[in-house]
Design a protein around this ligand. Structure first.
Ligand SMILES: Cc1ncc(COP(=O)(O)O)c(C=O)c1O
Length: 398
């Protein structure tokens, strides 16, 4: 944290007279984290990065040598990743793919397309036939999850626009038998995000493996690839009980052995768990006021830069650093304070009624865990404020 605080102070100095507002990404931490995550995975597992979590080009470049490839979920992400990193393995998923996006995926020879519906399957076959391509695919499935607990962001186990309902699988197999330009390599699931419980995630992967094996038997398939999506969670609460990777990997190894699954590739496409911890959003306090008895600290910026807390409806963790030009007369001590931005909406809140030792106008508020689903999910044009700065550091932190 020391380097981040130093960087905040330097950037604030450089930014004067404007109050500070910036993202800081710690790239050496990102690489070290992913190396450590990958090192613990069983041998038949692969780790792809879900670009949607943060498509920043320097983050993608930092990840290029440490992940096995990149998952994209739109033509935009496909162009972005392939132009940033021309030689990395790319897989293309997501609902509602447009014709020209499918064509672009074929033209880029992506490793796999995750097909989401019967319509998409037929459309992809027609495009591949017309343009003389051969494409490997996975079918994305939505399955019943009777005894498996859902998280607060479930994409499956209930009606959603994602994947193929299992009851349509016989028809998909029928269609596939006529698809001369497509080869089914296996199945794809991204059942839920925000999973903070390693045991529950193992339970979920067991269900995926068992469904996959049952379909292999039923349809006499020669497939060898199961993608179980991402979903490993980050706990933004003060207890910060993030997904326990070591426990997960130990239990995953046991599961793979129990299910005799070593001959199949088990792929993950993780987003939040990979990049959340490398990012910080730092904003200078530009006003402090009391309203109906409650204190508010107004920071430069807002949820149009950093929508994560509003999107997740949580109090985002932060620290307060004393600013060089802090206005001592505005200081409040030991009070509950709501941290907000500059937008004209009561929804522009980073954290509500947090007990703060000391805060004054001119201090810097540094939000951690801001590297995933942050800048790129924010409503950046609302009110037409300037964008934040972007700074990249190498802290050496694990
Ligand atoms: C298909 C798919 N794969 C992977 C991810 C990444 O999920 P997470 O960031 O929770 O790991 C998502 C997120 O929505 C997704 O929809």
């Amino acid at each position: 944290m020391q380097l981040i605080h130093q960087t905040v102070a330097q950037l604030a100095e450089r930014n004067q007279p404007l109050p500070l507002c910036t993202y800081i990404y710690d790239l050496s931490h990102l690489r070290a984290r992913v190396r450590a995550i990958k090192a613990q995975l069983p041998a038949n597992c692969e780790l792809f990065y879900a670009t949607k979590a943060n498509p920043d080009r320097k983050i993608l470049a930092a990840l290029a040598d440490v992940v096995d490839g990149f998952e994209v979920a739109s033509g935009g992400e496909l162009d972005h990743v392939t132009s940033t990193l021309p030689n990395v393995p790319v897989i293309f998923g997501g609902p509602g793919k447009l014709r020209h996006e499918l064509q672009s995926a074929l033209d880029h020879s992506v490793e796999l397309i995750h097909v989401e519906s019967l319509h998409e399957l037929k459309q992809l076959q027609a495009l591949a036939a017309q343009s003389g391509h051969h494409q490997d695919i996975l079918l994305r499935m939505n399955i019943a999850l009777d005894d498996t607990p859902l998280t607060r962001l479930a994409m499956a186990g209930r009606p959603t626009p994602f994947g193929l309902d299992e009851q349509h699988l016989p028809e998909a197999m029928q269609v596939l038998s006529d698809c001369r330009n497509l080869t089914l390599r296996g199945f794809h699931f991204h059942l839920m995000s925000h999973q903070c419980d390693a045991d529950k995630h193992i339970q979920l992967i067991r269900v995926c493996i068992q469904r996959y094996k049952a379909w292999m038997d039923t349809y006499q398939l020669e497939v060898n690839h199961l993608n179980v999506g991402g979903g490993f969670g980050i706990d933004y609460s003060p207890t910060a009980a993030h997904f326990h990777w070591e426990t997960f990997c130990q239990k995953l190894r046991d599961l793979i052995n129990e299910e005799d699954f070593t001959a199949h590739t088990l792929r993950f496409e993780s987003g939040r768990y990979i990049t959340a911890t490398c990012g910080y959003y730092a904003a200078e306090v530009i006003d402090i006021k009391q309203n109906f008895g409650e204190y508010f600290a107004i920071c430069r910026g807002g949820t149009h830069h950093f929508r994560t807390p509003a999107a997740q409806n949580h109090n985002h963790p932060f620290t307060v650093i004393a600013g060089r030009n802090r206005q001592r007369e505005s200081e409040i001590e030991g009070e509950n304070v709501t941290m907000v931005g500059q937008l004209c909406t009561p929804k522009d809140v980073f954290a509500k009624q947090q007990c703060i030792e000391k805060i004054a106008i001119g201090d810097y508020v540094v939000f951690s865990l801001a590297g995933a689903y942050a800048w790129n999910i924010s409503h950046q044009n609302f009110l037409m404020h300037e964008p934040p700065g972007f700074e990249y550091v190498e802290s050496g932190r694990q």
